[in-house]
Design a protein around this ligand. Structure first.
Ligand SMILES: NC(=O)c1ccc[n+]([C@@H]2O[C@H](COP(=O)([O-])OP(=O)(O)OC[C@H]3O[C@@H](n4cnc5c(N)ncnc54)[C@H](OP(=O)(O)O)[C@@H]3O)[C@@H](O)[C@H]2O)c1
Length: 309
C-alpha cells in the first residue's frame, strides 16, 4: 500500500489566489493595498533569500511590501526604535522581523516590541498567549499552513490522537496548540522524550518538526496515519539518499545533487514511511509552500482588523 501524497504546492496556490482576489476586491472598493514590512538585520544569505521570496510573493498578490535593511552592528536599543517607528506608521499593517537576528541582539525583547496587531509572524507573547487560550489571534505561518493542509485534505482533527515531534516557538508549540484548539488529543515529543516510537505509533496525525533528516521511519508510524513532514534538511552525499528513495526518484534526486551540490529531505524517511502512512506531505512541495501563503493571509487579516474593513 502506498500513501496518498498531499500536494502543498497546490494548496498554497489556492490560498495565494484567494488572497490576491481579496486584495483586488479591497482595491476595487477604493481601499489601499495592505502593506508588509520585513526587517532584515545583517547579511545572512538564507535570510536574504527568505525575505526576497516573501516580498516577491507579496508583489504578485497585490500586497504592498518593503524591506528595512539594518546593519548587523545595530544595538538592541536602536533596533527597538526602528520597530517603534513601524508600529506608529498607520500605513504599515504587518511587520516581520526575519530570524535569526545577529548574536548580541535580544531577540525576545525585539519580538515583544512589534505591535501585537501587526505581528504577522505570531511570535509576540500576547499572540502566543491568545493562541494557547484558543482566542482569535495572528497565528504563526507554518503551523497555520499545516492546519490548512489537514483541513483541505479532509483529515479529521477533532478526536484524533496527534503527536508533534519538536517544541520550537516557530513550529512545534504553535502547531500543538492549533491541533488542541481543534480538539485533537495532543502529545508533544522532544529530545528528552523516552521511547519516542511508542508515542509516535499511537498517532493518527504525526507532525515531524525537529530538523533531523529521516528521523521518523516507517516502523514509528501507525498504519494509515497522516504524516506531516516539516523538516528541511540538506543532503550533499548521493549515497545518503538511498534510504529515502529508490528507482527513478533516487536518480532524479542524485541528479539534483550533481547539478546544484545539494538536495533537500525531510525529517521523515520517505521510502519506509510511504508504505505505512495513509497520507503524507513530501519535502520539498509539502508544508514549505504554505508558509509564505499563510504570511500573506496574515497580512490581509491584520489589515482588515486594524482598518475595520
Ligand atoms: N517548511 C517550512 O516552511 C518550515 C518552517 C520552519 C521550520 N522548518 C523546518 O522544520 C524543522 C524544525 O524547525 P524548528 O525551527 O522547529 O527547529 P528547532 O528550533 O531546532 O527545534 C527542533 C525541535 O526538535 C526537537 N528535537 C531535536 N532532536 C530531536 C530528537 N532526536 N528527538 C526528538 N526531538 C528532537 C528539539 O527538542 P528540544 O526542545 O528538547 O531541544 C526541538 O524542540 C527544521 O528542519 C526547519 O528547517 C520548515
Amino acid at each position: 500500500m502506498s500513501a496518498t501524497i498531499l500536494d502543498g504546492k497546490k494548496i498554497g496556490e489556492e490560498i495565494r489566489l484567494a488572497v490576491a482576489a481579496e486584495v483586488q476586491g479591497l482595491l476595487s472598493s477604493g481601499y489601499r493595498a495592505p502593506k508588509l514590512v520585513a526587517v532584515l538585520v545583517g547579511e545572512n544569505p538564507a535570510s536574504e533569500v527568505y525575505v526576497r521570496s516573501k516580498t516577491k510573493t507579496a508583489a504578485a498578490l497585490g500586497v504592498d511590501s518593503a524591506t528595512l535593511r539594518l546593519p548587523s552592528t545595530i544595538s538592541t536599543a536602536d533596533l527597538l526604535e526602528e520597530i517603534r517607528q513601524l508600529d506608529a506608521d498607520e500605513g504599515v499593517d504587518g511587520i516581520l522581523v526575519q530570524l535569526p537576528l545577529p548574536s548580541g541582539i535580544d531577540t525576545d525583547r525585539v519580538l515583544e516590541e512589534v505591535d501585537v496587531a501587526k505581528d504577522v509572524d505570531g511570535f509576540h507573547p500576547v499572540n502566543v498567549g491568545r493562541l494557547a487560550l484558543g482566542q482569535p489571534c495572528l497565528t504563526p505561518c507554518t503551523p497555520a499552513g499545516i492546519i490548512e493542509i489537514l483541513v483541505r485534505s479532509g483529515v479529521q482533527i477533532a478526536g484524533a490522537r496527534a503527536c508533534v515531534i519538536g517544541r520550537s516557538r516557530t513550529v512545534g508549540r504553535p502547531v500543538a496548540a492549533l491541533l488542541l484548539n481543534r480538539h485533537a488529543t495532543v502529545t508533544v515529543c522532544h529530545s528528552k522524550t523516552h521511547e519516542i516510537s511508542s508515542v509516535t505509533r499511537e498517532a493518527d496525525i504525526l507532525v515531524a518538526a525537529m530538523g533531523r533528516a529521516g528521523f521518523v521511519k516507517g516502523e514509528m508510524i501507525r498504519a494509515g496515519a497522516t504524516v506531516i513532514d516539516v523538516g528541511i534538511n540538506e543532503v550533499r552525499d548521493g549515497r545518503e539518499l538511498e534510504r529515502f528513495y529508490e528507482g527513478e526518484e533516487l536518480e532524479r534526486k542524485r541528479g539534483v545533487i550533481e547539478q546544484t551540490g545539494r538536495t533537500l529531505v525531510g525529517d521523515v524517511e520517505w521510502r519506509s514511511a510511504l508504505c505505512v502512512a495513509g497520507k503524507i506531505t513530501p519535502v520539498p512541495g509539502g508544508v514549505g509552500p504554505l508558509t509564505i501563503a499563510m504570511l500573506m493571509r496574515n497580512v490581509v487579516d491584520a489589515y482588515r482588523r486594524r482598518c475595520r474593513v
